[in-house]
Design a protein around this ligand. Sequence first.
Ligand SMILES: NC(=O)C1=CN([C@@H]2O[C@H](COP(=O)(O)OP(=O)(O)OC[C@H]3O[C@@H](n4cnc5c(N)ncnc54)[C@H](OP(=O)(O)O)[C@@H]3O)[C@@H](O)[C@H]2O)C=CC1
Ligand SMILES: CC(C)(CO)C(=O)C(=O)O
Length: 301
Amino acid sequence: MPAHWHILGTGAMGCLFASYLARQRIPLTLLPRQPAEPGDITLVVDGLGGGHRYQLPWETAGSDGPISHLLVTTKAYDVAPAVASVAHRLRPDTVVLLMANGIGFEREVRARVPGLAPTLGTTTEGAYREARWRVRHAGRGATRIGLPGGAGAPAWFANWRAAVPDCHWDMAIEQALWRKLAINCAINPLTALHGCANGQLGADPGLAAQVRALCAEIERIGIAAGQASAVTDLEAAVFAVIAGTADNQSSMLQDVRAGRRTEIDYITGHLLATATAHGLDAPRNRELMDKITAQEPSADA
Ligand SMILES: NC(=O)C1=CN([C@@H]2O[C@H](COP(=O)(O)OP(=O)(O)OC[C@H]3O[C@@H](n4cnc5c(N)ncnc54)[C@H](OP(=O)(O)O)[C@@H]3O)[C@@H](O)[C@H]2O)C=CC1
Ligand SMILES: CC(C)(CO)C(=O)C(=O)O
């Protein structure tokens, strides 16, 4: 019998992964932030692979039943409060898989819910919400999952490998997360400030020069932080992502345009905290952090 997954953070990513698991008949329950209508939720996932409709059970986070396997797909700043909202349902052996952009929320989770040892994931899948329970799968990508410190794949992962396309167990997940962080630091804030698609960072010589300067700063910080492998050939990797996602609006630009809080604290913010911890200056990343932060909606807005 496959493990039963609860999904916390039922936005674009949570619904996409719910659809993957449901297609493989892996039992799951959605945990929407706001209660849904009575009865199962009808989830529609359109786009790549055609349209699919799923009838999925849901519960409130505050229900009582124990949770054995929890996938968390909120924005980075919501991960810790979301996990705390189901803390009473977690057991010492509950698998908690955190899949958000950036770094830093895992430490927040461990501080709020002592005893948890979260599994971490990162994905290059692309999806967005068209309506509350309607999601468009906009780009295929790869998903990497692993345990900090490195450990072999647990038994449950066999179901994920079967259900989620291009899904890999990563013995060096922290390195994968750091590389994604480095790429996001070089692309996201610049696109958000200039209101441009990713491809413009390669096409505009002035912006391309800024990307190269950011990469040089990020590389120095990565090496000081013991993440030399994660920042190897960073500039080439960043320009490859820029070319491969030329027509995309970065997630940070989408957040800024929608007037939402961005994930900058967990992207550039984490990079700057790492630089400070190693006595390094990072003026170019600092400038981007300050400018994006100045645009953020205030917490009580
Ligand atoms: N979308 C994409 O293509 C990609 C996204 N990512 C990353 O994945 C993460 C999720 O992104 P995405 O799915 O796009 O974000 P969404 O905003 O679409 O979804 C986030 C969900 O989390 C829910 N949520 C927030 N706080 C809580 C809480 N306390 N309890 C329960 N649920 C909560 C929100 O609820 P509500 O519905 O009420 O707002 C929302 O449904 C981000 O870190 C993002 O950067 C990574 C790769 C690609
Ligand atoms: C890779 C990239 C930059 C694609 O847009 C991304 O991860 C994001 O927008 O957050």
